[in-house]
Ligand binder design. Sequence first.
Ligand SMILES: [Zn+2]
Length: 347
Amino acid sequence: MEILQNMDNILKAGLEQIEATKTVEELQDVRRELTGKKSPLSEVSKSMGSLDAEARKQVGMKISEIKTTFETKLNEKEAALIASKSVLDEPLDLTLPGTKINGGALHPITQMCYDLNDAFASLGFEVYSEDDISSEKYAFDNLNFAADHPARQSMDTYWIEGTEDKAGTERLCLRPHLTGGSVRYLLKHGAPARFVYPGRVYRNETTDARHERAFFQYEALIVDKNISFSSGMVMIQTILEKVFGRKINVRMREGFFPFTEPGYEIDMECLVCGGKGCKVCNHNGWIEVMPGGVIHPNVLKSANLDPNKWTGFYINIGLDRLVMMRYGVDDVRLFHSGDLRFLNQFK
Ligand SMILES: [Zn+2]
């Protein structure tokens, strides 16, 4: 049939036209020519009236087949033209300087926290975390703080508005230390246990070169049947050596914390001044980095553990101060300033 032959020619010519197109704008014209009202295909359908029923059916099918083919090819060509329209339209100048890739980095306190996690994990400790909001029960009652202990006052601790005149688990606060988490962990997992629980703590105090209202602590607790003072000491030395990569001078003084008996203040030689004295170490060459001590029997009882059977050793690392020591920075506030001129040095 002549008309069908004619249509094959329309198809062939159309496809060649699409293929030869160079721009998206040109392609829009081609689309109009091939599928619009004045296209060769529309001319064919207008002439269909003179055909018999069978031929009309055949031609109709062929028309719609060709239309579909044109649509598909037009869309493919359009996608290809858009994809090829790249920066390479401009001549490529290989002498231009490259674009600097700006990578982020961990905050030095986060980095220190991760390093400690690794060091403790190698000693078999689990990493545990809990919420920043605690209660009087977990922050004080469980930890053997006396009912009139000054830390319970609002001049030291941030109490949550609306709960101030309640007590126990009903009286909420921003955790003033991490130690509350130790009883929570022990109640859940029992003993023996060895775990660390890093996090941010909050104190209502005046800020200076060594103090911030919110700062990071890193606490570790080991509970077992025969934990001695010397196992605590070994733990401290191992950790400091892993963090600083060399032997660090430490000393222990008697310290008093409600949740320990006995308690210790663990000092390390000030690495900012090398022990000569500076404003970080309060001009005495040593810096208090870790209170610690043997867990108090009353705390074990709060955790439903028998003090005649179990004992344990806490250490509480002042993360900010340890970072100050690592980098020899003498003002803790810089680490919380969000000042990239300062922070970029640690990338
Ligand atoms: Zn110093």
